[in-house]
Every structure is written in C-alpha cells, then in structure tokens.
Design a binder for this molecule. Structure first.
Ligand SMILES: C[C@@](CO)(OP(=O)(O)O)[C@H](O)COP(=O)(O)OP(=O)(O)OC[C@H]1O[C@@H](n2ccc(N)nc2=O)[C@H](O)[C@@H]1O
Ligand SMILES: Nc1ncnc2c1ncn2[C@@H]1O[C@H](COP(=O)(O)OP(=O)(O)O)[C@@H](O)[C@H]1O
Length: 288
C-alpha cells in the first residue's frame, strides 16, 4: 500500500510569550494558520519491520532525528504495530525557517499511518500524540486556523482569514528555535493584541487581521540577523498590507489583498532573497 499526504506550512499571525515555565518551555499564545506551501509525504509498506526515511533534501535527517520518523516510532510503540514503513519526504518547505515543516511532516505521518495501519484514532487523539513529538505538531495535525496555548499544544479552532495572498521570503540565515526562546528578554516584551486578532478573524476583517499581527520573537531574531529586518523593510516599502516574521524566523511573510501589488513586491524581493513564494492561506482544517 502507498499513501500520499500533504503537509502544509504554517505562519504565526500572532505570537506572544506569557512567561517561562518550570519545565523550561515558554507559555505562549499564538494565532496560526496553514498556507498552501506543502511537503509531500509518501508512506509505503515495506517488508522489514522498521522505519525508513527517504529525502533528497540534504538538510533533512534520515534517521531518528527526523520528526516524521519520531511520529512513526511513537505510533508503532504505543500500538504494538509489527509492520514497517518507508516515509518519503518531498521537501518544498524551507528547513529551519519558522514554518513548521518538520512538525507538519510528523503530523502528516500521524494522519497517514492512522489510515494505513487502521488505528481508528480520532483527529483529537492524533493531536495528543503529536504533542509528544513537538510543540507545533498538534496544530499541524489539524491545520486550518487556531489559537495555540500552553507550549503550543492547546488548540482552539478559529475561523479562516478572508482570502488574501501571502508572500513568504526566506533569507539564507539559519535560526535555532531553542536559542531564540533562550535569548528572549521577558521584561521588555511588547505583547501583541491576541484578542484583537481573534475578533478580527471572527468578523472576517482583513484590515483587523493586518492591524493585529505581532510576534514577540522578532525582538530576538531581528537583532541578531539584520537581513531579516532588511527583508521586512523591503516588503513594507513595496506595499504589503502587513509584514511579520513567522515563528522564530527567519522567514518573513507579507499579506497582500490585491494581485496588482503582488508582482511588484515579488520582483523587489527576488533581488536579494533566494527563496520567495507566493501562496494562499488554506481555509480548511483536516478532519482525519
Ligand atoms: C516558535 C514556534 C512558533 O510556532 O515555531 P517555529 O519557529 O519553530 O516554527 C514554536 O513555538 C516552536 O515549536 P517547535 O519547533 O515544535 O518547538 P519544540 O521542538 O517543542 O521545542 C524546541 C525548543 O524551543 C523552546 N520552546 C519551544 C516551545 C515553547 N512553547 N517554549 C520553548 O521554550 C524549547 O527550548 C525547546 O527545546
Ligand atoms: N521532516 C523534517 N523536515 C525538516 N527538518 C526536520 C525534519 N525532521 C527533523 N528536522 C530537523 O528539525 C529542525 C527544524 O526544522 P523545521 O521544522 O523545518 O523548522 P522550524 O521549527 O523552524 O519551523 C531542522 O534543523 C532539522 O534538522
């Protein structure tokens, strides 16, 4: 049997950090939404009772460090599955970019194995398993648009944003999520208005969504990586309606309502940023 599953990237419309917890993680409040830049995960039955990961991308680990491997390993152990699987990862989402590519691969693997191995798990049960792999995996199991609390695993679904374009620009610098959280100065945070963002989504107000975007992790990543700030400034100058870094970075996204502006922003960015994508937000969430 072979299964092909889509693993979409996410962006953070808001990202707030409330405090540092005793377990070392940070208590967060984030509004996240999936966009149609997706990895393709191919699950295939194999004869050997083992997990294999195959990817052409040299930044994607092919062993137990891979989050998709960890998802298969968790399911195999938890449910005593005596079958093997090959996980092919066709990587479209830039790696270590603040777009949750690895988390989404893990989430897609959970959804896929649930079908392939007839586990009969609900989407909520899959999201609970996802939380054991990483903070962003639960959200990626559902996709769509949601408020994520706790360390990211407590999910409340929200209405999809109104239709618009999203330009993603990924500078070549690498960013470690753990380092960004570690270097965050909690005494100097400018908290985004999460409530305002939720209301804007509920009212389907594009202007409100643009107004309430905010990410406290920018204070760390923009300071250590001036090229990220430069990309933000370029996107603003070329006329994006809202510009923000996604997650811990370094990817910057711009929201654009009118197609006429899109080409100008895209061309302006291509000059000094290798990876630029124009995508749509994905309205629907996964149900199984
Ligand atoms: C910042 C965010 C925003 O969506 O995304 P990315 O930039 O990674 O895409 C997430 O909070 C990242 O989630 P994820 O990448 O799954 O994090 P994990 O693997 O669970 O944790 C990586 C490290 O980040 C730190 N961490 C993560 C989540 C959290 N709420 N508090 C933390 O302090 C911890 O040091 C942890 O060891
Ligand atoms: N399936 C995967 N795809 C990409 N990276 C992975 C995967 N599994 C593990 N990783 C590791 O996780 C790290 C974070 O990758 P990724 O999920 O792409 O970034 P982010 O958390 O910033 O959104 C990478 O450095 C990579 O080594």
């Amino acid at each position: 049997m072979k299964l092909l599953i889509k693993a979409p990237a996410k962006i953070n419309l808001t990202l707030d950090v409330l405090h540092k917890r005793e377990d070392g993680y940070h208590e967060v409040e984030m509004v996240m939404t999936t966009v149609d830049l997706s990895d393709r995960i191919e699950l295939s039955d194999i004869r050997e009772n083992e997990i294999q990961v195959v990817s052409q991308n040299r930044f994607v680990p092919d062993d137990q460090r891979n989050l998709a491997y960890q998802a298969a390993h968790l399911v195999k152990n938890r449910y005593g599955i005596q079958r093997g699987v090959s996980i092919g990862i066709d990587k479209m989402i830039p790696v270590a970019a603040g777009l949750a590519g690895g988390s989404s691969d893990a989430a897609a693997t959970l959804r896929g194995l649930n079908r392939m191995w007839d586990l009969g798990l609900s989407i909520d049960e899959l999201a609970e398993l996802g939380a054991e792999i990483g903070s962003d995996v639960s959200f990626c199991v559902y996709g769509g648009t949601a408020l994520a609390k706790g360390r990211g695993e407590k999910i409340t679904h929200l209405p999809a944003p109104p239709n618009c374009w999203v330009i993603l620009a990924k500078p070549s610098v690498g960013v470690s999520t753990a380092d960004v959280y570690r270097n965050l100065d909690l005494t100097r945070i400018q908290h985004p208005n999460t409530k305002g963002m939720i209301e804007a989504l509920e009212q389907s107000s594009y202007e409100g969504i643009c107004k309430y975007t905010g990410n406290v992790l920018e204070s760390v990543t923009l300071k250590t990586n001036p090229e990220v700030l430069q990309i933000k400034e370029q996107m603003e100058r070329f006329g994006a309606d809202a510009v923000l870094m996604s997650g811990s970075g370094p990817t910057v996204f711009g929201l654009v309502q009118y197609e006429s502006r899109l080409q100008r922003i895209y061309n302006g960015l291509r000059g000094f940023c290798d990876q630029v994508f124009v995508v749509r937000m994905l309205g629907d969430r996964f149900t199984c």
